[in-house]
Structures are given as C-alpha cells and as structure tokens.
Design a protein around this ligand. Structure first.
Ligand code: NAD
Ligand code: UDP
Length: 321
C-alpha cells in the first residue's frame, strides 16, 4: 500500500468525475472511483494507466464497500441532464439523498474531508441575478425538475446536519453549467446537443425563443476550482458553500450561432417547445470563491468549444466532417 493520500470519488466514470480522477492522479493521489455506469462509462477512464487507481462498480444508494484509509470523499455521482429528470426521477432523487448520506457517513466514519457536488439548479428559476450563495432560490417542488433540484437541496441540508452533529469537514460546490470532452453526444444537455447536431449537419434545436441565458464553464476551470477548494486549509474552507462557474452569460439562441460559426456548419436553427420550469436566466456570482481561493475561470466559451470539438468528432466518427 502506498503512502499517497487516498481520494474516493463517486461518479468517477462520469464527465466531471473522470476529469477529477485525472487531476488527482496527476498530483500523486491514490484514487478509487465508485460508479454504477448509469450515465458514465468505463471508456471515460480507459486511458488511466496507474497502479494508484481503482474503479469499483457500485451504486451509491447502497452503503459503500470498505476501502481502507480515506482522506477525501468527493461525491459527484448523479445524473445531471434534464433529459433524465423524468425517466430516472426516482434514481436521481435517491442518489442525491441516500447516496449523499452514504458518502457523508463514509467521510465521517473515516475521518475524511467530504466535497459534495451541488448545483446551480438549487436556485431554480432565479429571481436574484446573478445568483449569490446567500440567495435561497426559487425551486418548484411540484415541477418536473424537483427530483434533481430538491434532492440536491436536501443533500446540502444533510451536509449542514453532518457538520452540526458530527463536525465533519464538508465543502460544498454549487456547480454552474459546465461542458467539455467526455460529455456524451446523447447526454441531452445543450452543448452536447448543439455540437452533435452541427457535426452531423442537422438543425440545432433551440427550446423556447432562445432568449433564456446560461453561463458556461469549461471543465478544466471547474476542476481547478474543485481542487483548490478541496485542498484549502480547514479554517479557510470547512463548512463553506461556494458557486463555481463562468460569468460569461449568453442567450441560448446566441450559443447556437457560436456553435454554427465554430464549425462553419451548414445547419439552421429550429425552435421547439420550452420545457416546463426551464430557468430564464443563470449566472454565478463568484465573488466568494475569488476571495476565498483566488480562483477564477480562464477559458472563454469560444476556446472551450474549440477544445471540446475533437472529442465529439471522434465520438461521432466524423473526422472527415
Ligand atoms: P454525468 O452523468 O456525466 O456523471 C455522473 C456520474 O455519476 C456517471 O458516471 C454515473 O454513472 C454516476 N452515477 C449516477 N448515479 C449513480 C449512482 N446511484 N451510483 C453510482 N454512480 C452513479 O454528469 P456530470 O455532469 O459529470 O455531473 C457530475 C456531478 O456534478 C453531479 O453530481 C451533478 O449534479 C453535478 N453537476 C454537474 C453540472 C454540469 O454542468 N456538468 C452542473 C451542476 C452540477
Ligand atoms: N436547450 C436548448 N436546446 C437543446 C437543449 C437545451 O435550447 O437541445 C436549452 C434548455 O432549454 C435550457 C438551456 O438550453 O434553457 C440549457 O439546458 P441544459 O439542459 O444544458 O441545462 P440546464 O441549465 O437547463 O440544466
């Protein structure tokens, strides 16, 4: 057994989780991924060639297997695409509640630091813009996004409970829309949809009138923020809840044009129905994370899309596009 610090990552075979695995291995950690391969896949970790890495097929709704000494528990398991919110509603609700409970209990029992992923979805359709950590949000508990939004809100409440009752070192990250290589072409979120559509010469599907906004963060920036937060001193970060995201806000109809231009694609834009409860605006206030960690995003949307494209070309088998 090596002396390296041991990080357990739930959702390590997913989009965000697999990049976090890479970053931790690069820095000498021993890493164990727990994943049920629901929305993630072994292929996302196929490039990993390290004796310090272990991938365990496990559903986090069940108590974790014993994995020896653990220093960090990163909880990044959960389907995150609105496309799955209805078809996998119960799985998502339980992954963010029972799964979060198992992750936090595991951290407590191993005297480890816990870094759970939360989401900008906890702000719902926000009435405060940009969204600060103090804002309590506007989630529709009866709406179609409730299984994801409310269960993640509950996971934050559970983190408060574990801090209050057991004094666990927990650092919660509210992730805003993030994209990059290893998102599945059929993931259903907007950037994978637009890139896949444009690469295949299909029309880009804009929901509603496309005036709703999002702020897109490139994966490397997110991972740098997660790592800085996880590694920060106890007095700086324990018990904190921070937004991480890019502040470059864009209307979805403009995003479609950015993608068409980046690919010089021969696609048009078609308008489809806006899903119920689709937030009208979203942009993180990142004052807190800037001050706490001296972190801010560095990759522009245009550059991030350029960096993401080759992955989608490979996945869609369209090198000749
Ligand atoms: P993803 O679907 O690519 O990855 C999720 C991973 O979790 C997959 O590998 C999946 O198989 C695994 N998983 C799901 N349910 C599981 C379960 N019950 N047991 C074990 N493994 C399970 O999604 P992602 O974008 O990488 O999201 C990762 C985390 O980040 C999630 O917690 C998500 O809520 C959060 N998040 C992501 C974004 C984003 O823009 N990417 C935004 C906000 C929050
Ligand atoms: N969207 C779109 N076309 C698509 C997929 C998504 O217009 O093919 C819109 C969606 O309605 C939302 C925004 O893009 O307003 C971001 O959607 P996504 O599913 O990526 O994430 P969300 O921020 O809604 O969770």
């Amino acid at each position: 057994m090596s002396d390296a610090q041991h990080a357990v990552i739930t959702g390590g075979a997913g989009f965000v989780g697999s990049h976090l695995v890479d970053s931790l291995l690069d820095d000498g950690f021993r890493v164990t991924s727990l994943d049920n391969f629901g929305s993630g896949c072994p292929q996302n970790l196929a490039h990993v060639d390290s004796e310090r890495f272990d991938s365990v097929e496990h559903d986090v709704r069940e108590p974790f297997p014993e994995l020896g000494d653990v220093d960090y528990v990163f909880h990044f398991a959960s389907r995150a695409s609105p496309k799955d919110f209805a078809s996998h509603a119960v799985e998502i609700a339980l992954t963010n509640s029972e799964g979060a409970h198992n992750a936090l209990a595991y951290a407590r029992d191993h005297d480890a630091r816990a870094i759970p992923a939360s989401t900008s979805e906890i702000y719902g359709d926000p009435e405060v813009h940009p969204q600060t950590e103090e804002y309590n949000g506007n989630v529709n508990v009866r709406g179609p996004r409730a299984p994801y939004d409310e269960s993640t809100r509950f996971s934050e409440a559970l983190a408060v409970a574990f801090r209050q009752q057991y004094d666990v070192d927990i650092r919660t990250i509210r992730i805003f829309n993030t994209y990059g290589p290893r998102m599945r072409p059929d993931d259903g979120r907007v950037i994978p949809n637009f890139l896949s559509q444009a690469l295949q010469g299909d029309d880009l599907t804009v929901y509603g009138d496309g005036t709703q906004t999002r702020s897109f963060c490139y994966i490397d920036d997110l991972v740098a923020g997660i790592r800085a937060f996880a590694d920060a001193d106890l007095e700086v970060a324990a018990g904190e809840v921070i937004n991480i995201g890019n502040t470059e806000e864009i209307e979805i109809r403009e995003l479609a044009e950015v993608v068409i231009d980046a690919l010089d694609a021969d696609s048009d834009v078609v308008y489809e129905d806006l899903p119920e409860d689709d937030p009208q605006v979203r942009r993180p206030d990142i004052t807190c994370v800037k001050k706490l960690l001296d972190w801010e995003p560095s990759v522009s949307l245009k550059d991030g899309i350029e960096r993401t494209l080759p992955h989608f070309r490979d996945d869609l088998g369209s090198d000749d596009y």
